[in-house]
Every structure is written in structure tokens, then in C-alpha cells.
Design a protein around this ligand. Structure first.
Ligand SMILES: [Zn+2]
Length: 316
């Protein structure tokens, strides 16, 4: 049976999946890696591919799609640079993977690949125009416009780095007040600490606690009724909603899909985001796009990368 290989290279893990022609995950594997030299990443990709091939002998892999963190020049097949992969500079990743695996290969930014996965096989199925955001340590974004992944001049969809606070905190990207600074996992935790320092009580922060708080714990505390956790997520949601309003006013998408670890907090984050979005959009609330959770979870990137290989490589 014909199948596609989808790879997702992040700063600490590499994921690989065998994906059917219809976009279903046949088999999924993940391995930690050093996050250092690209040749090491390609070695891990080769190992994962061998594992997938030997465990699924009835499937013939016809092409490979790779999603990678960083600024990815898809046309040239080169990863220009990546904050999560500091040793990478102008890495010819497409050629390296194609030679190692002996397969037609395409490469794409990881957030764009995840957006394409949600578009073809997830929560944005059937949409013509969609925005997909992944909220985690950073904020990844991808745009589907007129039924296609929109790349602009090559690096479109850097939604996490749109300015939502003119006088906001500096961002590693070099700007300041980026959406990512106000709505990533770190922002959720920072909001909790600020509220507690202001005198509010929370189950999340006790005197002398040494453990580092995570956004996941804040989400769980909010679900259990903790007022500080709820307020921290509400503030994060409002910042997210301001960013969503900008996107709606510019793009008027059919749907906005939100995934990633922070989004797992659910309605305590999403409801204030929708309200803030509505407040800042002068179109009527009925005309606003639905803001929905992502469906593919941690496989969005590998599915999207595989399907981009299916749809964009002439030989696949
Ligand atoms: Zn930024």
C-alpha cells in the first residue's frame, strides 16, 4: 500500500510517522536527540525510518515530507536559521534527507506543516481560509488561504511575532510586545506569580515551594476552581483574543484552530479569547469565525509534512 513519511524536527525530539494517502497515521515514532548538528538529526531520521519500514512491510513509502523548527526556505530546501536549533545556519536539509533515505523529499516550517495537517485531516477540514495557531513555549502559526498553504515571500505566518503591546517585553526575535510574549506557556505562569505577589491565594503557589510551575498545572487548577489560575488564563486569553482580532480583520478566515500545550487549558482560555476578539472586531459577532481546538495533537506536524509531500512533490 502506498504511504508517505512525515518527519517533525524540534529542538529536543524528532517525530516520524507513516501516513496513508488519505492522511491517516499508520504508525508513529518519536526519539529524543541532542538538538545540535543537522547530520545528527538526519541519522535519527534514518533510524526512525528504518524502524517504521521494518514494522510495516505492507506499505511502500513513495515520498518524505519534513517539518522543521526555524525559518525554512522551502523552494531552496534550506533551513536558514532556527532559535531552537542554534547550530543550524543555511542547512541543506532537503538534500541531506533525500540522500539519506533515497526518497523524493520536501521540507517546510514545522508550524506550517501542522497547519496543513489540521487543514487536510483535522479541525480545519473543509475550510477555504483558516488560521492555525500552536500555543506552547513559543507560538507557531500557519495560514491556509484559498485552499493552499500560504507562504508569502517564504516566511509568512509568523503570527506569534505580531505586536500586540507597543511597550511590551522584549522578545528573542528582536522585537518587543509580541503575541508570543503575552500568550505562551511562560506568560500563563508569570500571570499566576504576579497575582499571588499581589496578595491573592492559590493552590498553585505555596510558601517555600521549589517546583517550577507549568501552564498545564495552571490549566488543571483552573478546572478545579482555583480563582488565580482562572484569572491568569483569562489574561492570557485576552492577549490571544487581541491577536485573533488582528487576524480576523486582515484575513476573515472561515475558522481559527488553536492547538499546543497551553490550549489544553480549554474554555478558561478560549472563552476570554473569543470575547476579546469580538470586542475588537467591528463586524457582527455572528460573522466571526469559530475558534476551535486542534484535533491532531502531537501528530499534526508529521501528518501535515507527509501530506505536503503528497500534494506538492511532482514525483509523489
Ligand atoms: Zn517576537
Amino acid at each position: 500500500m502506498k504511504a508517505y513519511l512525515g518527519i517533525d524536527i524540534g529542538g529536543t525530539n524528532i517525530k516520524a510517522a507513516l501516513v496513508s494517502s488519505e492522511g491517516a497515521v499508520v504508525d508513529f515514532r518519536s526519539m529524543p536527540w541532542s538538538g545540535r548538528a543537522a547530520v545528527d538529526a538526519v541519522d535519527v531520521v534514518s533510524t526512525l525510518t528504518q524502524n517504521l519500514t521494518s514494522a510495516n512491510e505492507g506499505h511502500e513509502i513513495v515520498a518524505c515530507g519534513v517539518g522543521s523548527a526555524g525559518l525554512v526556505d522551502t523552494a531552496a530546501g534550506v533551513v536558514r536559521l532556527s532559535p531552537n536549533l542554534p547550530e543550524w545556519r543555511d542547512v541543506e536539509l532537503q538534500r541531506m534527507v533525500a540522500e539519506a533515505l533515497g526518497l523524493p523529499t520536501s521540507i517546510e516550517n514545522d508550524a506550517n506543516a501542522a497547519a496543513y495537517g489540521e487543514f487536510v485531516a483535522g479541525a480545519a477540514r473543509g475550510a477555504t481560509n483558516a488560521v492555525v495557531l500552536t500555543l506552547g513555549t513559543g507560538i507557531g502559526g500557519g495560514l491556509i488561504l484559498e485552499g493552499k498553504l500560504y507562504r508569502g515571500g517564504g516566511f509568512a505566518g509568523e503570527i506569534g511575532h505580531m505586536t500586540v503591546d507597543l511597550d511590551g517585553d522584549p522578545c528573542p526575535c528582536g522585537s518587543a510586545g509580541c503575541l508570543e510574549r503575552l500568550a505562551n506557556a511562560e506568560a500563563v505562569v508569570r500571570n499566576v506569580h504576579r497575582l499571588v505577589e499581589g496578595g491573592q491565594k492559590s493552590v498553585l503557589v505555596t510558601t517555600g515551594a521549589t517546583t517550577v510551575l507549568t501552564a498545564k498545572e495552571v490549566g488543571e487548577a483552573a478546572a478545579a476552581g482555583d480563582a488565580v489560575a482562572t484569572e491568569a488564563l483569562e489574561e492570557t486569553g485576552r492577549a490571544l483574543g487581541a491577536g485573533l482580532a488582528n487576524l480576523v480583520l486582515i484575513l476573515d478566515p472561515d475558522v481559527i484552530v488553536i492547538g499546543g500545550g497551553v490550549a489544553a487549558a480549554g474554555e478558561p482560555l478560549m472563552a476570554p479569547a473569543r470575547d476579546e476578539m469580538a470586542r475588537r472586531c467591528y463586524c457582527s459577532r455572528a460573522a466571526l469565525p469559530p475558534v476551535v481546538p486542534a484535533e491532531l495533537g502531537s501528530t499534526a506536524g508529521v501528518v501535515g509534512a507527509a501530506l505536503l509531500a503528497r500534494d506538492e512533490l511532482p514525483s509523489a
